[in-house]
Write a protein that binds this ligand. Structure first.
Ligand code: FE2
Ligand code: FE2
Length: 205
């Protein structure tokens, strides 16, 4: 709740959304790389971007905006490795950098404890893709080839039921994510898998 009021009342130039939504995908990538040095965290951002951008295309939404949101959703993880500093304190930095309120709200909403409901399609897609992109990455790494091209929907679903596998991935978040998006789990997994396979070289998978 506190984060919500900060978002609403903090006076920033970002309050002019016409100005602030102009951050490009490449500017977001530069901002991410300024704050994130870990290769794996950068790859996570790219994986989530891949899935979210595919949904933007599917829904006919603003792909650039969706890409910026996904790339920046964990940008402050290295400087704020504990909750709720991530993403609440990170949001203030994004406001200073001119990131729009719409994008900042979506980023805050990917953390359930902020109390910010996921309402927009962008917010719901970000949440639904975040944990699943990480999970598909984990499924790729255990293949002999370490390739996402060797991962299939049935294998992902089987591993989701295996509690010992990739314990850090919250299965409940994935279930909530697909319910909020109103999509079937199989369809969502297949959709994200296909998107990640199409960008496997850049994702290192
Ligand atoms: Fe996060
Ligand atoms: Fe994430």
């Amino acid at each position: 709740m506190e984060a919500r009021s900060q978002l609403r009342h903090r006076p920033t130039r970002a309050d002019n959304s016409d100005y602030s939504t102009k951050m490009t995908r490449d500017e977001a990538w530069q901002l991410l790389c300024e704050f994130v040095k870990s290769e794996s965290l950068r790859k996570h951002a790219l994986a989530v971007e891949t899935c979210v951008a595919a949904y933007a295309q599917e829904y006919g939404e603003d792909e650039e905006k969706w890409r910026v949101t996904a790339l920046l959703h964990d940008f402050d993880w290295e400087i704020h490795p504990t909750l709720p500093d991530h993403p609440v304190k990170g949001e203030a930095i994004l406001a200073e950098r001119g990131v729009s309120e719409e994008i900042r709200r979506a980023i805050l909403s990917h953390a359930t404890f902020t109390g910010i409901d996921r309402v927009s399609k962008l917010e719901r897609a970000l949440f639904a893709c975040d944990e699943l992109a990480g999970f598909i990455t984990a499924c790729s790494y255990v293949k002999p080839t370490k390739s996402v091209h060797d991962v299939d929907v049935a294998g992902v679903k089987k591993k989701l039921k295996d509690k010992a596998f990739a314990r850090g991935v919250n299965r409940e978040d994935i279930a909530v994510g697909v319910a909020e998006m109103g999509v079937d789990l199989d369809v969502h997994v297949g959709f994200c898998l296909k998107a990640m396979q199409a960008r496997s070289a850049e994702l290192g998978l």
